[in-house]
Design a protein around this ligand. Sequence first.
Ligand SMILES: *Cc1c(COP(=O)(O)O)cnc(C)c1O
Length: 242
Amino acid sequence: MIENNLANREAELAHNIAQVRAHIAEAAERAGRSPHEITLVAVSKTKPLELVEAAYRLGITDFGENRVQEALQKIAAFHPQGIRWHMIGHVQSNKATKVAPAFDWVQSVDSLHVAQALDRYAAQRETRLPVLLEVNIAGEESKEGTTPAQLPALVRQMLTLSHLEVQGLMTVAPQVENPEEVRWVFRALRLLREQLHNELPGLAMPHLSMGMTDDYQIAIEEGATIVRVGRAIFGERERVVK
Ligand SMILES: *Cc1c(COP(=O)(O)O)cnc(C)c1O
């Protein structure tokens, strides 16, 4: 029975992944973009490792986690060739020593202090860690992220950290009834990147990580290159995790 259960869950997972990929392709087409420009990060927080392994067998290569402790266990247990683990939750600088060596990407850098700590531990391992800067576009008190006003100075300072690769920007939109209500947030992140490109010519920053289960299609229409999708792939979470 247990095996049968796992088979059912894998079939459901396969269905969910196919559906999300189809929606990504449709949204990309509406925006005149190629779906190949968009990386799907499957957010596996709170979900067991066997679902991560099943998703990997179904072609998912990028996984997102937001709790360091939970993630470290999964990463230690499962790191096949080609997989990328993304840190998408708040990083405290005292956790940087664990985060920098374990994760392949850190999407949630929002202060120079954290950036310097990650840079230091990446330097010890003689690697360059790809990072995104998290921006709190809507100014919600409950959200992490730097303010749009502080962003240019933070980017400038981060360019001096030689073991971090600033790959772009990330944001988490407010929860709303109708995802159209947060289109402006995604557009604002894209415009912020354009502003940075104008102020710092030569800066690459190719990535915009924006869009989750409820709003990733809108985010893609507004230029997302990375979407972070949890529930639409793995189902509802039992625990509420910020
Ligand atoms: C949980 C989480 C997601 C995924 O949310 P879903 O609504 O399950 O798709 C994406 N990004 C961040 C930062 C998260 O914490």
